[in-house]
Design a binder for this molecule. Structure first.
Ligand code: ARG
Length: 572
């Protein structure tokens, strides 16, 4: 249920009755639960505009909210705020409806959109490293949330599979085959490094590499076949990581840079024909007045190099056209490192000038900060190398397995391995998703694997605790009419009913940490309720009501974690 919308509708009616229906009502969840459940902040502004006394006007609105089926109490506070307390019977009714609903009482979007999410998008020349983790995890969670709200989501894995590096890699493949060396694509990272050394040290090899780039671009079948072989292997590496992480990404989501190759010249020509791109000493450039360079002149967005070569920018322009025209998207989210902010701002500006990005399509860069080590420098191995994702994920599982084994020595090796994987991968994902994505964050094993605080293990454990209640509950009536008498019962019901509001704010802002913060709040509130309101020892309808609350808590925790891409366990 959309709680916010439901309460806002009541407030709107009261605003209408008080003669200020045309003013925004600004309804927010209350900051202090002791004062109310929601707060109306819009009356002061309305009073100012209509020349009325704010407190008197607020009282009028509050009076209009008397005898309301949703709102139990409306109290004027301060200069003209109104604190609202919801009706316990209304909350109980919604709790009952929630228990009957299969998807956490979340309604489907009235106007479903087609949303493209560009995420993960590693460069295939190298193995995936920690720099790709954030985009993969954040993008995947956004896909799950937006899809859950009833939209169609198209994942696009814009892998870097084209460009000069691939000439070098293909040349090295050929050299290795000629020298009958074992073909070692198994370790892509090492392969890239060896190729690079050869490129830097052997001028003949470097010439061949450059020649291969040209052949690749002109569609030479022999070189293309080798390139395909390389890309295929690299994609398999990536897919293994996606599977280990439990991401939704599949090979069919791959739409790499190479896919746009045939559209690039046309894209540049079209911009030139529209007079948007100009020739600047043989380079094709779009000058952007709204972006200034160091000298205060319009910034140059280069779309084709001297000699005809294309760039990252050219590909992204062709790609926008494809997403708008062929995928018919309403919204595009680019989950890409914050360091590319300028690129995207300029890209969108050019696409708008060319009318390739119409008003009704929203293109949004969803930036994120860097993953740091405990030393507050970008996360590296002890010897200062980039950390391969596969190593990081294996370590997460190993650490978590050891941890659950030490907490619960009775687990079989198989059980411990399963729980260890769910907890370890969950911890890595949650550590990322629970942080405000725009800031850098410190990757710290001990913090993320702690069973206390805002962590995956804490939330996963909270879920199993709820499940264990039902193992002992025996017979109870799930369809009983709940009655919420205790304050903590009401608070928990209220919090649980905000699930859809939270998902909407995650989808709108592309901020999964809102959902993480909410789930943490739900889990802590549940444990307070659990302490204060005995569940199994209660009797009659009180027992049923509390079990209903526990049941819905379990659903929200499981679904919420699931929307972050995190699994739950019945025992741990
Ligand atoms: N491959 C790029 C990188 O690793 C990210 C691509 C993001 N998507 C895009 N459409 N530019 O930096």
């Amino acid at each position: 249920m959309n709680l916010h919308k439901t309460v806002a509708a009541q407030v709107q009616a009261a605003f209408d009755q008080a003669g200020i229906g045309q003013h925004p009502l600004v309804l927010q969840p209350a900051k202090n639960a002791d004062l109310g459940d929601f707060q109306i902040n819009g009356v002061m502004a309305a009073a100012k505009k209509s020349g009325q006394n704010p407190r008197e006007l607020a009282q009028k609105v509050a009076d209009a909210l008397a005898d309301n089926a949703v709102i139990a109490r409306a109290e004027v506070a301060g200069p003209g705020f109104i604190n609202l307390r919801l009706q316990p019977d209304f909350l109980a009714e919604q709790l009952q409806a929630a228990l009957a609903s299969p998807n956490g009482h979340v309604s489907q979007a009235a106007k479903p959109q087609t949303v493209v999410i560009d995420y993960s998008s590693p460069n295939l020349a190298k193995e995936m490293h920690v720099g790709h983790l954030r985009s993969s995890i954040i993008g995947d969670s956004l896909k799950r949330v937006i899809r859950h709200l009833g939209h169609t989501v198209i994942a696009q894995n814009h892998v870097g599979d084209w460009g000069t590096q691939f000439g070098m890699l293909v040349a090295y493949m050929v050299a290795q085959q000629q020298e009958n060396a074992a073909f070692e694509l198994a370790d892509l990272e090492q392969f890239y490094r060896n190729a690079k050394v050869r490129f830097d040290e052997d001028p003949a090899f470097a010439d061949t590499a450059r020649d291969y780039v040209v052949k690749l671009q002109s569609g030479d079948e022999t070189v293309l076949a080798l390139w395909r072989q390389f890309v295929h292997t690299s994609l398999q590496h990536a897919q293994a990581i996606y599977d280990q992480l439990g991401l939704l990404l599949q090979q069919s989501d791959v739409m790499g840079e190479s896919a746009y190759n045939t559209m690039l010249q046309d894209t540049v020509d079209a911009l030139a024909a529209k007079g948007i791109a100009v020739d600047d000493n043989g380079t094709k450039v779009v000058f952007l007045d709204e972006f200034k360079n160091h000298d205060g002149d319009p910034a140059a967005f280069i779309i084709q190099k001297q000699g005809g070569g294309f760039l990252y920018s050219s590909t992204d322009l062709a790609c926008i056209r494809y997403r708008v025209d062929s995928l018919k998207t309403d919204r595009i989210l680019y989950v890409v490192d914050a360091r590319q902010s300028l690129h995207f701002a300029q890209l969108f500006a050019v696409a708008k000038k060319a009318a390739w990005l119409p008003e009704n399509v929203s293109a949004e860069h969803v930036p994120f900060g860097t993953m740091m080590g405990k030393d507050n420098k970008p996360f590296k191995t002890r010897s200062g190398e980039t950390v391969k994702l596969v190593d990081l994920l294996n370590e997460a599982t190993e650490r978590a397995t050891a941890l659950v084994q030490s907490k619960n020595p009775d687990l079989s090796a198989e059980q411990a391995a399963h729980i260890g994987r769910v907890v370890g991968i969950g911890a890595v994902k949650y550590a990322d998703l629970s942080k405000n994505r725009t800031s850098d964050y410190v990757f710290d094993w001990d913090n993320m694997l702690s069973f206390e605080g805002n962590t995956a293990p804490y939330l996963q454990y909270a879920y199993t605790r709820v499940q264990s209640v039902f193992k002992k509950a025996g017979q109870w009536d799930e369809h009983a009419t709940p009655v919420l008498t205790e304050t903590l019962e009401q608070q928990l019901a209220l919090e649980l009913l905000k699930f859809e509001d939270v998902l909407n704010s995650v989808a709108d802002s592309a901020n999964p940490h809102y959902l993480a913060a909410y789930l943490y709040q739900v889990a802590t509130l549940f444990s307070r309720f659990y302490e204060a309101c005995p569940i199994l020892k209660a009797e009659g309808n009180t027992r049923n009501t509390r079990l209903q609350l526990a049941k819905f808590t379990g659903t929200v925790l499981q679904q919420g974690l699931g929307l972050l891409g995190i699994e739950t366990l019945d025992v741990m």
